[in-house]
Design a protein around this ligand. Structure first.
Ligand SMILES: Nc1ncnc2c1ncn2[C@@H]1O[C@H](COP(=O)(O)OP(=O)(O)OP(=O)(O)O)[C@@H](O)[C@H]1O
Ligand SMILES: N[C@@H](CCO)C(=O)O
Length: 304
């Protein structure tokens, strides 16, 4: 056989951190990228991209998905050297909605399916975390739901669950890119004990409130002192967008992932919150649009 079976996978967008859960919490959201992959014995690469990133993402061996597929194939004895790749992207790039995690998880999942599934989901999680550098986006992209993850040396442990609150996520997506690399460079090397203690209390309360359905505690749990204050200068109007969302009825607000998108969590008034966030951004000359998202509970999966 000169080629593998053609497989098609779907992977959700993700929002990481949820405020205080830096590098640990993530939620899968109901917008998806699709990837169709055929592995080839010959050294030939064809890449077709539609949707987000068309004309920007490389259609050659520099493409992240191809690099990921190749790294998975190289972990096996399979003699594939090339691939036909078709992707359709709905997840906006470099906006804090886990586009790189979705690309990594899509590449690993599709390659794994095309190779006859030599890797279980725990191995997929470990490979994806090593490639992304932290587990908070790749974990919900793989498992769906809300995830808590820990990483110690090469061990990654993740639990996925569905909050007991019918939570809506309203994401204000600015028109500008902010790479995760740049947003991580803004962070200090050390933080104070009091800031660390603040985050431990807030993230614990956030998880407990999600698991028990306690909306009052949840509404006090989204504050963060480990990363958001240091990223505020990269996102004009951040605090005003947060205030506008809360005034319009949001339970809490956060930077989505590394930004620049800002996310509000709510149980009602979604449209009003979205409009208020966009209006607040516009006062800072930032064009944006809003998305109202639900939690995806399936994660990455083969659809063909
Ligand atoms: N569908 C894709 N195909 C190939 N490469 C992609 C794809 N999506 C994202 N990438 C790569 O990932 C980069 C964006 O990653 P980055 O970590 O900066 O943002 P993000 O993952 O969208 O944000 P966050 O991690 O804050 O949620 C793109 O510039 C591109 O190199
Ligand atoms: N936890 C990561 C998410 C973005 O990849 C960060 O905030 O940098």
């Amino acid at each position: 056989m000169n080629k593998s079976e053609t497989v098609k996978v779907q992977v959700p967008a993700t929002t990481a951190n949820c405020g205080p859960g830096f590098d640990a919490l993530g939620i899968a959201c109901n917008i998806y990228n699709e990837l169709e992959l055929t592995l080839l014995r010959e050294n030939k690469l064809e890449i077709e991209i539609s949707g987000e990133g068309t004309g920007y993402l490389p259609e050659n061996d520099k493409n992240l998905i191809w690099k990921v597929v190749k790294s998975v194939v190289e972990k096996t004895d399979a003699a594939y050297e090339g691939a036909q790749i078709k992707m359709h992207n709905n997840i906006p790039l470099s906006r804090g909605l886990g586009s790189s995690a979705a690309a990594i998880v899509a590449g690993i999942t599709a390659a794994n399916c095309a190779l006859g599934e030599p890797f279980d989901r725990q191995s997929v999680l470990e490979m994806a975390t090593a490639l992304e550098g932290h587990p908070d986006n790749v974990a919900p992209a793989i498992f769906g739901g809300m995830t808590v993850s820990l990483c110690e040396q090469n061990v990654v442990k993740t639990l996925s669950f569905l909050p007991k609150i019918d939570l809506k996520m309203i994401v204000a997506v600015p028109e500008f890119f902010l790479s995760t690399k740049k947003a991580r460079k803004a962070l200090p090397e050390f933080v104070s004990m009091s800031d660390a203690v603040f985050n431990v209390a807030h993230v614990s309360s956030l998880i407990a409130a999600m698991c028990t359905g306690n909306i009052d505690v949840l509404s006090h749990s989204f504050n963060d002192k480990l990363h958001q204050p240091y990223r505020a200068d990269l996102i004009p109007g951040m605090y005003e967008v947060f205030d506008a969302a809360k005034a319009a009825g949001a339970l809490g607000t956060a930077i989505s992932g590394a930004g620049p998108s800002l996310i509000a969590f709510a149980v009602h008034e979604e449209e009003q919150i979205g409009r208020a966030m966009v209006a607040a951004f516009s006062k800072y000359q930032v064009d944006s649009h809003y998305l109202i998202l639900d939690i995806d509970n399936k994660g990455a999966r083969r659809i063909n």
